[in-house]
Design a protein around this ligand. Structure first.
Ligand code: DHB
Length: 393
C-alpha cells in the first residue's frame, strides 16, 4: 500500500497554495470535510456518521466562538483512490480546515500523506487498525482500535471455561490486528488457538470458512468482521447449524452491531462480545443521545454514529480553544489531551499517540423487555480507560 501511496502526488501548484499563509483565512466559515462511504458495502457507516454529525449541529449550533461552521460530506464509496482524490480537492479547492470520517482502514491510509503535507488535522471517526494514527502526525482518532477491544474478550473467554478457539477475521488491517491481539492475550491466559481463518473483505462467502470452523470443533470461534457484514455472517452461522453445534460464538461488537442487531434476530441471543459502545449503555447522557437520534432518524445509532458525534465534539472544542481562529497546528494542539463525556462513557485523546483511551465493555446480546423487547448488547463487565495495547511500549 505504501508504494502506491508514494505514487500519489499533489501538483506543485496545489502544494504552493497549501503553503500560502492566508490558507487559514479566519473570516470565512470554518469548514469540516467529511469523507464517508455513503454507497457500497460500507454505506451503513456513512449513514450512521452523517446522521450523528447532523444531530451534533442540531444540538450545538453551527457557530463556534463567533465563527460559522460548515460541514461538507462527500461519498468515496469505500474506494481508497476516491478518498484520496476527494481529500485533495477538499484541501486545495474547498480550503477545508479539518478532514474527517474514513470508513475503512485503507481509506485512512490513502489520505494520511495529504494531511501531513497540508498540515490539516485528520479526525478518524471510523477506521480502527491500530497503525492508522502512526501514518501522519495530524491524525487524531475518536473511534477505537481492534487491539483495544480484542484483548478484553480474549481474557473473558479464557476465564470462562473456553480452552480452544478458532479465530475468524476479515483479511485486512483491523482483522489482522484482532487476530494477533486476541491470540496473544488468550494464549497468555492459557488458551489454545485451534485455527486461524481469514475471509476476503469484499463480498465474502462465509460458508466454506464456517465449514472449516465446524470441522475444527473448537470450544469457541472468535469473530471480527467490519460493520455491515455481521447480519450476513450470523445468517449463515445459523443456517449451517453452528449456533446449535456446541461451538460458542464470541466476537468484537462489530459483528453484533446495533445497526443490524434487530435484523439479525434470535440467532444472536447470548453472543458474548466486547466493544466500546452499546446503544443500551445506561448513562443519562447516552439515554438523551439515543432519544434525540431516534427522533431524528428511523434507525438506532451504532458505534460509528457515536464516534462521528464525538469527532464533532472534539473539533468544536478545538475551534473554541483557538477562539475561532483555527489553523492546523493550533487545532491539533487543542485536540491532544482532550477529555470529555461521550455517550459511551468518558473518553480521552492521548496527547502522545493522538489515539483514543476509553472503557471497553463485555456485553451479551439479550432481548430487553424494558426497551421495547428489542435485541441489545447488555453490558455486564468493564475494563476502565483502556489504551491501545499496540501502543503500550
Ligand atoms: C474498520 C471498519 C469497520 O466497519 C469496523 O467495524 C472496524 C474497522 C476498518 O476498516 O478499520
Amino acid at each position: 500500500m505504501n508504494r502506491r501511496l508514494a505514487l500519489s502526488t499533489l501538483t506543485t501548484a496545489a502544494l504552493l497554495s497549501l503553503a500560502a499563509p492566508f490558507a487559514f483565512a479566519a473570516d470565512g466559515p470554518f469548514k469540516i470535510g467529511f469523507i464517508l462511504p455513503m454507497t457500497g458495502q460500507s454505506a451503513s457507516t456513512g449513514k450512521q456518521i452523517e446522521a450523528a454529525v447532523k444531530l451534533w449541529q442540531a444540538q450545538n449550533g453551527t457557530t463556534v466562538a463567533g465563527r460559522k461552521v460548515e460541514v461538507i460530506v462527500k461519498d468515496d464509496a469505500g474506494v481508497a483512490d476516491t478518498t484520496r482524490r476527494i481529500a485533495q480537492e477538499m484541501v486545495v479547492n474547498d480550503k477545508i480546515d479539518v478532514l474527517a470520517g474514513f470508513g475503512l482502514t485503507p481509506l485512512a491510509f490513502a489520505t494520511a500523506p495529504i494531511a501531513t503535507q497540508s498540515k490539516t488535522p485528520m479526525v478518524v471517526t471510523a477506521a480502527a487498525t491500530s497503525a492508522i494514527t502512526e501514518q501522519s502526525p495530524y491524525i487524531v482518532r475518536t473511534s477505537f482500535t481492534l487491539p483495544q477491544v480484542s484483548v478484553s474478550i480474549a481474557e473473558w473467554a479464557a476465564k470462562h471455561g473456553i480452552k480452544s478457539v478458532v479465530t475468524f477475521v476479515a483479511d485486512y488491517g483491523p482483522g489482522i490486528d484482532a487476530e494477533k491481539f486476541f491470540k496473544s492475550q488468550f494464549q497468555l491466559n492459557g488458551g489454545k488457538i485451534a485455527g486461524e481463518i481469514r475471509s476476503p473483505l469484499r463480498s465474502p462467502d462465509f460458508a466454506p470458512f464456517l465449514q472449516k470452523v465446524a470441522d475444527l470443533k473448537p470450544d469457541a470461534v472468535f469473530v471480527f468482521l467490519p460493520s455491515g457484514q455481521g447480519a450476513a455472517f450470523m445468517k449463515q452461522f445459523g443456517e449451517r447449524g453452528l449456533d446449535k453445534s456446541g461451538i460458542k460464538l464470541i466476537a468484537t461488537g462489530d459483528v453484533v452491531d446495533d445497526d443490524q442487531l434487530n435484523d439479525i434476530g434470535d440467532v444472536a441471543l447470548g453472543v458474548v462480545n466486547s466493544h466500546h459502545y452499546s446503544a443500551a449503555h445506561p448513562s443519562p447522557l447516552n439515554k438523551k443521545f439515543i432519544a434525540a437520534f431516534e427522533a431524528a432518524n428511523k434507525f438506532r445509532p451504532n458505534f460509528m454514529a457515536v464516534a462521528g458525534y464525538d469527532g464533532m465534539h472534539l473539533i468544536y472544542n478545538a475551534l473554541a480553544a483557538t477562539k475561532g481562529q483555527g489553523g492546523g497546528d493550533a487545532l491539533l494542539a487543542a485536540m491532544k489531551g482532550q477529555i470529555f463525556e461521550s455517550p459511551r462513557g468518558q473518553i480521552l485523546i492521548d496527547a502522545q499517540t493522538r489515539d483514543i483511551v476509553q472503557d471497553v465493555y463485555i456485553r451479551k446480546v439479550e432481548r430487553v423487555p424494558a426497551m421495547g423487547n428489542q435485541l441489545y448488547n447488555v453490558e455486564f463487565d468493564v475494563q476502565k480507560a483502556v489504551k491501545d495495547p499496540a501502543k503500550l511500549k
